[in-house]
Design a protein around this ligand. Structure first.
Ligand code: NAD
Ligand code: UDP
Length: 345
């Protein structure tokens, strides 16, 4: 029984918790649930039999990502913006709402910051009221352009607070602060996952991210645009591995709140990635160089010792296999069906 609150005032949450414990079926909210990662997470949770609420404002996503789930009795789609409070009754929250690609989050940087900060406050408030567990989709961008390589969770990062990436990086850093403070102050059951570059089917073909750009360009026979000299590195995690990491972190013992790195430690230069995409697509595209965007991190690779030890998690999909699956999906869609972010955001 919660401190000093009569049972009838504790309301639905006590009954819901008791019911959940008995049935192991949970009511789970996924914010940003229609996006690339969110839609795969919803799919997995629906398949496990949970009651899934997918909340999204469709800034960077399409309904087609979750269309196949709409007829399921345990799936519900809510058009809503996380910067506005909402009253729902849930057992778990995965907070993914936030534009993730540089071109998307720089479209309206103030809104991006609001989404991370006000959105997190709203979701943490909901978690506090419902006594729900809440997981934050944080990012390797909290490490900025890192001086420590590979990046361990204890590294505090090197972020330019006034650069063009700051709205995203600092928003995610502030969100981590909020999560930990709600935990310390209000005993909210939180988890923080730092995601490294993840790719796979349902990436937005025009999101401007390197994997989607290179595959779309290769399949169209267009030039492949390498920013800078292409010697900067990234570590690419396939979406299935990432989703498994999410679910394991949500199920981890309550005393492990993270942050934990979830990513694939295989490290590739952007030029190597371009060459692999050309090989796997059989494209005749040429590699061309374009100016490197400001504050573009030079190296990135996760140290996943903590994820292995605490979650028994490590990625399984090699880049070559994950890319082949992604290319297959890109071949199956008409990129013209994917619109750019709309100005009404
Ligand atoms: P995505 O853009 O496909 O998904 C984000 C979703 O959030 C979209 O459906 C978008 O419409 C929605 N959204 C944005 N602002 C919103 C708001 N104010 N209210 C409600 N919905 C909103 O990107 P993704 O790659 O699926 O990323 C999902 C999450 O994972 C993001 O929080 C992102 O920061 C994080 N992440 C992703 C990666 C990656 O490589 N994919 C890396 C690090 C962190
Ligand atoms: N990049 C590139 N060509 C592109 C898109 C991106 O060379 O068409 C580079 C970009 O400059 C960065 C890397 O690829 O060094 C990864 O970019 P992305 O936007 O995918 O992710 P992030 O920089 O956020 O890790």
């Amino acid at each position: 029984m919660p401190s000093g609150r009569p049972l009838y005032l504790a309301g639905g949450s006590l009954y819901r918790k008791a019911f959940s414990r008995m049935s192991r079926i949970k009511r789970i909210l996924v914010t940003g649930g229609a996006g690339f990662l969110g839609s795969h997470l919803c799919e997995r949770l629906v398949a496990e039999g949970h009651d899934v609420l997918c909340l999204d404002n469709f800034f960077t996503s399409q309904k087609s990502n979750v269309e196949h789930l709409l007829g399921k009795p345990n799936f519900e789609l809510i058009r809503h913006d996380v910067t506005v409070p909402i009253h729902l009754e849930v057992d778990e929250i995965y907070n993914l709402a936030c534009p993730a690609a540089p071109g998307h989050y720089q479209y309206n940087p103030i809104k991006t910051m609001k989404t991370s900060v006000i959105g997190s406050i709203n979701m943490l408030g909901m978690a506090k009221r419902c006594r729900a567990k809440i997981l934050q989709a944080s990012t390797s961008e909290v490490y900025g352009d890192p001086e420590v390589h590979p990046q361990v969770e204890s590294y505090r990062g090197s972020v330019n607070p006034i650069g063009p990436r700051a709205c995203y990086d600092e928003g995610k850093r502030a969100a981590e602060t909020l999560f930990v403070d709600y935990h310390r102050m209000n005993n909210v059951n939180v988890r923080i996952v730092r995601i490294f570059n993840t790719y796979g089917p349902r990436m937005h073909p025009y999101d401007g991210r390197v994997v989607s750009n290179f595959i779309r360009q290769a399949l169209a026979g267009e030039d492949i645009t390498i920013f800078g000299d292409g010697e900067q590195t990234r570590s690419f995690c396939y979406r299935d591995d990432l989703i498994e990491g999410f679910v394991r972190m949500m199920a981890a013992p309550d005393d492990f709140i993270g942050p934990v790195n979830i990513g694939n430690p295989g490290e590739f230069t952007i030029r190597e990635l371009a060459e692999l995409v050309i090989e796997l697509t059989g494209s005749k595209s040429k590699l061309v160089t374009r100016p490197l965007p400001a504050d573009d991190p030079t190296r990135r690779r996760p140290d996943i010792t903590l994820a292995k030890a605490k979650l028994g998690w490590e990625p399984k999909a090699p880049l070559r296999e994950g890319l082949a699956e992604t290319i297959k999906w890109f071949r199956s869609i008409d990129v013209a069906d994917y619109r750019a972010p709309t100005p009404n955001y």
